[in-house]
Write a new protein. Structure first.
Length: 122
C-alpha cells in the first residue's frame, strides 16, 4: 500500500477510536511511511523466494545459515509501526490507557481499529 493510502487509513482509524488530533499528523505520517516501507520489504522478500533463512558464505570459504536480512528489516519496521500505533492509541492497551471507557462500547467504532491492525500485519 502507498504512504498516502496508509495515511488516510490511519487517520480514519484514529478518528474512529477518538484519538485523532491535528498535531498527530506528523506521527501519522511517520507511521504511514513505516508501513509503506514494510510493505515494500515484504514484496522484496516474496520476490526473493520467501526463504526465512539464507546461507552466508565468507571469503575463506566457510558458511553459516542465518536469518534472511529482509525478514530482519520487516521485523524492525513492524516493531517501529507498533510503537507509533501505541502513541496514536491504535492498540487496545494504548487506547485503554488513553480512555478507560474506550473499550466499554459507546460511539466508537472498533472495525477500523481492527482493520488497521490486521492490515499492518502486527
Amino acid at each position: 500500500m502507498t504512504k498516502k493510502t496508509w495515511k488516510a487509513r490511519i487517520k480514519k482509524a484514529c478518528k474512529d477510536a477518538g484519538t485523532y488530533k491535528d498535531y498527530f499528523d506528523i506521527e501519522i505520517d511517520l507511521l504511514a511511511r513505516t508501513l509503506e516501507n514494510r510493505d515494500k520489504a515484504q514484496e522484496a522478500y516474496e520476490a526473493s523466494g520467501s526463504e526465512p533463512v539464507i546461507t552466508q558464505t565468507f571469503a575463506n570459504g566457510s558458511s553459516r545459515i542465518k536469518k534472511n536480512p529482509i525478514l530482519e528489516v520487516i521485523d524492525s519496521l513492524n516493531k517501529d509501526a507498533k510503537d507509533y500505533m501505541k502513541d496514536l492509541g491504535l492498540t487496545p492497551q494504548a487506547l485503554k490507557k488513553i480512555d478507560s471507557n474506550a473499550l466499554k462500547g459507546g460511539k466508537r467504532k472498533s472495525s477500523s481499529l481492527g482493520d488497521i491492525l490486521k492490515n499492518a500485519g502486527i
